[in-house]
Design a protein around this ligand. Structure first.
Ligand code: NAD
Ligand code: IPM
Ligand code: MN
Length: 361
């Protein structure tokens, strides 16, 4: 039995989560998967308003025995400042559970209008591998002379050799497992003169161990431009925490909508639970209308099954079947949410995907 902690969080996290669970249940029936769930109603901003913190003190002990965390989204800036809600929940999970890989697929799916002209499914199909535990996301720094004209704020970025090498190795291994065997690294060594030359140096050192993988690197500014102009160029794209964050919204935007984009926050060694969540946030602007696209949540569930199965054929098959059901619902085109140009609801699209999964079986 795989134990899954379910945390919906804030806003549309609560609307897309039921659709994610609906599809996981359909997959469990069809592929005979043993999944057990426990739902937690903390790690959201209403909990913070009641308790003065995002999570109970013993959150780590309560979650660490799970095999995975299935997570919606956190953040409601009108209730709680974002840095407090996020550093009090999601960023703690990523760090304390050492989920140092944030794997974010970018794929143009059939039936989705592409904002880039002339692109067809198959033209855009790559993986962003985002460093998820250090880098620009740090709490090292200080605030001096607060409120005076001489106010100064310093925030450090942290790049350890251990942290950089392990994400680069993960990305090279992944590239090696794919037909194109190609890796692109994001840098900015022209302007960020200490950490990024170090990142590039470690890239060369790690690359030496992967002579069968072709690699290149681009400064983040032109890399962003290539995402738009030449997305077919990419296979595996590895980036620091902040650069990877930006690229993993830009990539999905190039494939139609960020409502599709899944992610896996992985502790590859399986010492701690890994966390599976949409790339998007709580979307306060559309919450409460049942129009959020549930595909990112559902696809993240497929990634979770693949990871939990660790090579088991029925789990791999369940992943593939969920992705196929997403594609068939998109091609069917009837129940699509507004971000996909349709008039369907979150529930309609979730049900259509669950039905496609069941009917294919
Ligand atoms: P957001 O991703 O919530 O929304 C950005 C835009 O995309 C909005 O217009 C929204 O309506 C749209 N959108 C997002 N998901 C969608 C979906 N599934 N279907 C259709 N449209 C969708 O980003 P934001 O507005 O910058 O952030 C809102 C809150 O979420 C903030 O508190 C932010 O910190 C938080 N956030 C959390 C996560 C996370 O939990 N992983 C990720 C990003 C942002
Ligand atoms: C994401 C989000 C988070 C991040 C925020 C909410 C802290 O944007 O998962 O991409 O920057 O990592
Ligand atoms: Mn982001």
């Amino acid at each position: 039995m795989h134990k899954i902690a379910v945390i919906a969080g804030d806003g549309i996290g609560n609307e897309v989560m039921p659709e994610g669970l609906r599809v996981l249940e359909a997959a469990a029936r069809r592929f005979d998967l043993a999944l057990g769930y426990e739902t937690f109603d903390w790690a959201n901003c209403d909990y913070y308003l009641k308790h003065g913190q995002m999570m109970p003190d013993d959150w780590f002990e309560r979650l660490q025995g799970f095999d995975a965390i299935y997570f919606g989204a956190v953040g409601w800036p009108d209730k709680v400042p974002d840095h407090i809600s996020l550093w009090g929940s999601l960023l703690q999970f990523r760090r304390r559970f050492d989920e140092y890989v944030n794997l974010r697929p970018v794929r143009l799916l059939p039936g989705v209008p592409c904002p880039l002209s002339g692109r067809r499914p198959g033209d855009i199909d790559f993986l962003v591998v985002r460093e998820n535990s250090e880098g620009e996301y740090s709490s090292v720094g200080g605030h001096m002379y607060e409120g005076t004209e001489r106010e100064v704020v310093v925030q450090e970025a942290v790049f350890s050799r251990y942290g950089v090498d392990r994400i680069l190795k993960y990305a090279f291994d992944l590239a090696r497992s794919r037909p194109k065997r190609h890796l692109t690294s994001a840098t900015k060594s022209n302007g960020i003169s200490i950490s990024m030359p170090f990142w590039d140096k470690r890239l060369e050192a790690v690359a030496a161990g992967f002579p069968d993988v072709a690699w290149d690197k681009y400064h983040i500014d032109i890399l962003a431009a290539h995402f738009v102009l030449n997305p077919q160029r990419f296979d595996v794209v590895v980036a620091s925490n902040l650069f990877g964050d930006i690229l993993s919204d830009l990539g999905p935007a190039c494939t139609g909508t960020i409502g599709l984009a899944p992610s896996a926050n992985l502790n590859p060694e399986r010492r701690y639970p890994s966390l599976f969540e949409p790339v998007h946030g709580s979307a306060p602007d559309i919450y409460g209308r049942n129009i959020a696209n549930p595909i990112a949540m559902i696809w993240s569930g497929a990634m979770m099954l693949d990871f939990l199965g660790d090579g088991a054929p029925n789990y791999r098959a369940a992943h593939d079947a969920i992705v196929a059901a997403i594609e068939s619902a998109l091609e069917g085109g009837e129940r699509l949410t507004p971000d996909l140009g349709g008039t369907g609801s979150t529930t309609d699209l979730g049900k259509a995907i669950a039905a496609a999964l069941e009917n294919a079986g």
